[in-house]
Ligand binder design. Structure first.
Ligand SMILES: C[S@@+](CC[C@H](N)C(=O)[O-])C[C@H]1O[C@@H](n2cnc3c(N)ncnc32)[C@H](O)[C@@H]1O
Length: 394
């Protein structure tokens, strides 16, 4: 039986993430809010962890069952580990646990008492609203299942558990998922130096992928901060996997992990549409340029980068066309009034004719920029609502 694999993402990036999975050859993809699901093997799960640029985490479904109340949540969880069907009298109220939990994983073997675990829960549109209560009920059910099966239970460790479990309760349907990533996938390993408001790596990659850039021509970020957009664009152009600098994934400690197969998978070639890509970063702040230089160095890109310090308005781009990608400062503190957005629009029109432009804006500033976007994608940028705006600058 295939595994149910769930790649999670920032709200708004579902379509781009689906496109990435499609490009990896996966079919029967289902888009959900903040996730894309598909069926696959453990190897597919490792590949997704290694290759997906816009995902936060890759989860594997351990089972799902009806959970209208605490006892039903616990009963389904217990059955998942013990493998024993409970009699109706032992089930929760209102028919909880009616459907037998199923998955392609032997959850009873995985949840061996020698492995500690922790559970995080989210509840949406369900009768159980308190996520801590939901997590506690499922934890009780799992340890009862361990007692049934092994005669003893595992310890629950919040800080460094062997297994990170996630419970999603949606419309009274519980799904128990195993986090196979560990550290979120946006922790690529190149960014130690940050400016005040760095864009998250998966959002930066999404900006580049959303543009449909073919990898040709230079990449310019005239307000580059710590350089994240330049780095993500370059790794896409060069066909470098986003997992390149990571040293650890949670799946490596799971039973059945095959280090040789994972090493082979890491050697699979990726499309490299821009092997000669050049990077041009500029920022008003000398400190930001220092951070960008350090990050580009760790990302093995310093030899391709030209960094300058100054006002974006005075920055002369190299001969194009290419990709100009920018995440202007947001928030009232730095001041992003209509005038500044209009100036950015004028700058793009005048200096970057023929280029593809991507602006990651705090809000929908398309009108103020004075250009009609080819694509407008609402995204959640940390605590802020943002927009990825893609322009063809004719
Ligand atoms: C939101 S941050 C960009 C973050 C960047 N994408 C990153 O990942 O670190 C905006 C940047 O614009 C720079 N900036 C603001 N006004 C500028 C201007 N007129 N010219 C050039 N850079 C400017 C700021 O110094 C800041 O680093």
């Amino acid at each position: 039986m295939a595994l149910g694999i769930v790649a999670t993402c920032v709200l708004g990036l579902e379509e781009i993430l689906e496109g990435e999975l499609h490009a990896l050859g996966y079919e029967d993809l289902e888009r959900e809010r903040g996730a894309v699901t598909f069926a696959g093997s453990w190897k597919d799960c490792w590949r997704a962890n290694w290759r997906l640029r816009t995902a936060n985490r890759v989860l594997v479904e351990l089972g799902s069952w009806d959970g209208p109340d605490g006892p039903a949540l616990a009963a389904g969880a217990r059955e998942l580990v013990s493998g024993r069907s409970l009699s109706d009298g032992q089930r929760g109220h209102r028919g909880g646990g009616r459907s037998r939990p199923q998955s392609g994983v032997d959850t009873g073997a995985l949840l061996h008492p020698d492995r500690s675990f922790a559970i995080q829960a989210t509840c949406t549109a369900s009768q159980v609203r308190d996520s801590r209560w939901a997590a506690l009920s499922v934890k009780d059910g799992l340890v009862d299942g361990q007692r049934d099966r092994y005669g003893r239970r595992a310890s629950v460790e919040r800080d460094q558990p062997d297994l990170h479990l996630r419970l999603r309760l949606h419309h009274d349907r519980a799904s128990l998922l195993l986090d196979t990533s560990g550290e979120p996938l946006d922790r690529r390993g190149y960014r130690e130096e940050t400016t005040t408001a760095p864009v998250r790596e998966q959002l930066a990659a999404a900006c580049v992928l959303a543009s449909g850039w073919d990898g040709r021509g230079p990449v310019v970020d005239p307000m580059c901060g710590s350089g994240t957009l330049l780095i993500e664009a370059a790794w896409i152009a060069l066909g470098w996997a986003p997992g390149l600098l990571r040293s650890r994934w949670a799946f490596e400690t799971l039973p059945g992990f095959d280090a040789g197969a994972f090493a082979a998978l890491r050697r699979e070639p990726l499309p490299a549409p821009g092997p000669d890509v050049g990077l041009f970063g500029n920022d008003l702040s000398a400190e930001a340029i220092q951070a960008a230089r350090a990050n580009l160095g760790r990302a093995h890109l310093l030899n391709r980068a030209v960094l300058t310090s100054g006002d974006a308005a005075g920055f002369e781009p190299p001969p194009g066309p290419g990709l100009v990608v920018v995440n202007p400062p947001h928030g009232a503190r730095i001041g992003t009034d209509a005038e500044r957005w209009r100036e950015l629009g004028d700058l793009l029109k005048q200096r970057y004719r023929g280029w593809t432009a991507v602006v990651l804006a705090g809000e929908d500033r398309g009108k103020q920029i004075g250009l009609r976007p080819r694509r407008r994608i609402p995204v959640r940028n940390g605590p802020l609502d943002g927009r990825i705006l893609v322009f063809d600058l004719f």
